[in-house]
Structure formats: structure tokens, C-alpha cells
Ligand binder design. Structure first.
Ligand code: NAP
Length: 256
């Protein structure tokens, strides 16, 4: 009897998620790929966006046939429009937007060129601005939505030699707070997840000794895994009363 009740609860949960549609930007690798997999495993229809890593996106599709992969440079509004058009034509709605795509670059502030500025701001901040603007008409019309922006601990505390990256992430957090206020009355929640150091390709060039030193500075004594971020995404999808928050998953490295 109890077992039957548990099975029914599980089936109802799956049914609830099955009706949801999510776009995850930058889902060919790292954090975005794991978020796409996790949402899809719950039964959510996932559009996994990629740009340069076609091979990896195809692997994601082969391993998870129910995921749609879509190539679009999210720093380009017309490519975003094509992706949103594809999604709304196929599914009629967008319930969840995960603005995850991002790049980083290490440079002294005095060496940063206008090109560097444009590249990082466009890939990290303009992309989230544009994606959000393009999904909003659909979310506002259906009077519900859940937007999760992946920012960074560096946007909170600043980053030496990654100042433009930090500026882009601080911009995302400001957008999160502003939109939470503006879109709350439309039943649209907007939150940021600001990771600390997470083990992905983005950090592949960081020196091993530096990473070991970092672990000593982090109270939990380890760097994060992509699953640490997906757990928070899961919670934000389940939750109904959190908006405008910057949730930093960082092992206690930065406590604000
Ligand atoms: P990653 O392994 O380097 O993956 C980055 C992803 O972003 C790739 O899938 C890439 O797709 C995509 N992307 C970049 N520019 C794009 C564009 N213009 N259009 C579409 N996709 C684009 O990085 P990650 O560590 O998973 O990082 C994911 C997010 O978390 C980023 O926003 C990053 O800033 C943030 N974050 C990461 C860490 C960390 O320690 N890893 C810490 C704090 C915040 P293609 O390869 O297909 O172009």
C-alpha cells in the first residue's frame, strides 16, 4: 500500500515536470551540459544550446535522445530569435530559462582591449540580457516563468586579472535583482547561482598547485563539482517563493 502511494507520488512528479519546457544555454560542456541532463532526466523537455562544440553537443544528444540540441551563438540576437522560434513552434511555451553560457579570460586590466571587453561582455552579459528579453513575451503571456542565471563568485568579490569577467557577472546579478522586482507580479521568478570554483574545462588551465592552495582556503576543503550546481537548480525549479536571490555555491570560500 505504502509502496503504491510512493510510486503514485513519483509518477505525479514526473507528470508535473513532463509538461515543462526548458532552454539551457551553453549546454555542450561543463555545468550547462549537466543541467540539461538533469532536467531531462526529470522528464522536462530540454533545448540544449551550443555554439562551437558541435561534437560534444552530438554526444549529449546520442546519450539523451529526448534532448533537443540547438546551435546558436547567444551573443547574437538573430540566432537567439531562431532558437526561441524553434522552441515555441515545437512546444508552444518556455517555462524555464537557464542563462549559463559564458567565457572567461585572464588579463591585466591595463592590457584589456576593446575587443576583449566586447567579447566577454557580449558572451556573458549581453547574451543573458538578449535571451531573457526574447523569452519574456512567452512567459509573461502564460503568467509564469523561472529564470536562473549562472553568474560567479567573482561578480560578488571582484577578480584580479579577470576584471571584465567579474563586471559581466556582477551585471548579471544586478539584472537578476532588477527583474525579480519587475517580473514578480507576472509570476516570473529570477535568481542567480554564483558558483565558486567548479571542476570544468573553464578551469583546465589553472595550475594544479594553485588549485591545491585554493582548497586550503575553502572551508569545505575541496573545489565544487557540476552536480553541486545542478542540485541548486533542482531546488530552484521545485521552489515557488524565492526570487531576486544570488545563491553562491562555493564551499564556504566566500560568505556574505
Ligand atoms: P565551460 O566548461 O567552459 O562551458 C562553457 C559553455 O558555454 C560551453 O558549452 C560553450 O559552448 C558555452 N558558450 C560560451 N559562449 C557561448 C555563446 N556565445 N553561445 C552559446 N554557447 C556559448 O564552462 P563552465 O565551467 O561549464 O561554465 C558555465 C557557466 O558557469 C559560465 O557562465 C561560467 O562563467 C560560470 N561559472 C563557472 C565556474 C567554474 O569554476 N567552472 C565558476 C563560476 C561561474 P560551445 O563550446 O559550444 O561554444
Amino acid at each position: 500500500m505504502v509502496e503504491n502511494q510512493e510510486v503514485n507520488i513519483m509518477l505525479n512528479e514526473r507528470k508535473k515536470y513532463k509538461m515543462k519546457v526548458a532552454i539551457v544555454t551553453g549546454a555542450s560542456r561543463g555545468i550547462g551540459r549537466e543541467i540539461a541532463r538533469e532536467l531531462s532526466s526529470k522528464g522536462i523537455k530540454v533545448i540544449a544550446n551550443y555554439n562551437k562544440s558541435e561534437e560534444q553537443a552530438k554526444i549529449l544528444k546520442n546519450e539523451n535522445p529526448e534532448i533537443d540540441i540547438f546551435k546558436a551563438d547567444v551573443s547574437n540576437r538573430s540566432e537567439i530569435k531562431q532558437m526561441i522560434g524553434y522552441t515555441t513552434k515545437k512546444y508552444g511555451k518556455i517555462d524555464i530559462l537557464i542563462n549559463n553560457a559564458g567565457i572567461s579570460e585572464n588579463k591585466l586590466f591595463t592590457d584589456v582591449t576593446d575587443n576583449d571587453w566586447n567579447k566577454i561582455i557580449n558572451n556573458n552579459l549581453y547574451s543573458a540580457f538578449c535571451m531573457t528579453q526574447e523569452v519574456l513575451p512567452n512567459m509573461i503571456q502564460s503568467k509564469k516563468g523561472n529564470i536562473i542565471n549562472i553568474s560567479s563568485i567573482w561578480g560578488i568579490v571582484g577578480a584580479s586579472c579577470e576584471s571584465i569577467y567579474a563586471i559581466s557577472k556582477a551585471g548579471i546579478d544586478a539584472m537578476t535583482k532588477s527583474l525579480a522586482k519587475e517580473l514578480g507580479p507576472s509570476n516570473i521568478r529570477v535568481n542567480s547561482i554564483a558558483p565558486g570554483i567548479i571542476d570544468t574545462e573553464m578551469n583546465k588551465n589553472i595550475n594544479v598547485n594553485y588549485i591545491e592552495g585554493l582548497k586550503e582556503e575553502i572551508p569545505l576543503g575541496k573545489i565544487g563539482k557540476v552536480s553541486d550546481i545542478t542540485k541548486c537548480v533542482n531546488w530552484l525549479i521545485e521552489d515557488e517563493y524565492t526570487t531576486g536571490q544570488i545563491i553562491s555555491i562555493n564551499g564556504g570560500w566566500v560568505i556574505i
